[in-house]
Design a protein around this ligand. Structure first.
Ligand code: MG
Length: 247
């Protein structure tokens, strides 16, 4: 018997960076009334609030929901209000070394942008994110900047040389994420096992990027039952099937 349904966020529950729609919020409310649910994403806590939590009904069913921002290096649960169970931040020495290394690599590779929108380097606690055009760059500018990943591969190669003790990953359309080694969605699955006491084999994971190289793929090796979806519409049909099964 499965005891926990785990969802990816972007492309699975909602379109990228968008809130879940009203049909999805109703289905999630119903699901939370029957079974434990978790959401894992590489995004940070405010993104979950905006895209998911603000659209759910407030009530006891929220006690069944676990939120794992930054792949589970942060963990939030509900008990009359949202509370942080833990946060695994970089220490000051790591943080300074990573930020200095990123600044050096941008300058060495000649990738400093002529124009930028907001800060280039964001400290998210357990993840340092470099956004080549700034945090607030318009979508169109971002899409045109590095469509073939060429620039970010150059930067990643440069960073891998100095940041070998960390994990350097190509993120969204202009970004590079630096985390502690081994932090991906499989890390979040392990955290759920540890904190909820539910066996990984009793979990179902639903994600849109379970394909090779996708950011959900690491979950496959954990032993959770994985269901690959095309988009949030397909996720809704799966939730309906689960609801019918749970009765
Ligand atoms: Mg996704």
């Amino acid at each position: 018997m499965k005891k926990l349904i785990v969802f990816d966020l972007d492309g699975t529950l909602a379109l990228s960076k968008s809130p879940i729609d009203s049909e999805m919020s109703i289905l999630l409310d119903q699901l939370l009334a029957s079974i434990k649910v978790a959401v894992i994403s590489g995004g940070n806590w405010p993104q979950f609030q905006k895209q998911v939590l603000s659209k759910l009904s407030i009530g006891n069913a929220l006690n069944n929901l676990s939120i794992l921002p930054l792949c589970g290096t942060k963990y939030y649960f509900y008990d009359s209000d949202w509370k942080k169970l833990y946060e695994e931040d970089f220490n000051e020495k790591d943080r300074t070394f990573i930020i200095d290394s990123v600044e050096q690599a941008i300058s060495d590779t000649g990738l400093l942008p002529k124009k930028k929108w907001g800060e280039l380097i964001e400290d998210r606690g357990s993840q340092i994110t470099y956004s080549a055009l700034g945090q607030d760059a318009p979508l169109k500018e971002k899409q045109n900047w590095d469509p073939d990943f060429f620039k970010r591969k150059i930067l990643k190669t440069a960073l891998d040389k100095v940041l070998g003790d960390y994990s350097v990953n190509i993120g969204g359309s202009t970004s590079i994420d630096i985390t502690a080694k081994g932090v991906d969605k499989s890390y979040g699955i392990e955290k759920l096992h540890e904190k909820l006491g539910i066996e990984v084999a009793e979990m179902i994971f639903i994600g849109d990027a379970l394909f090779k190289g996708g950011n959900d793929e690491p979950v496959r090796k954990t032993g959770a039952y994985c269901i690959k979806v095309r988009d949030p519409e397909e996720t809704k049909r799966i939730i309906e099937a689960v609801l019918a099964f749970l009765g």
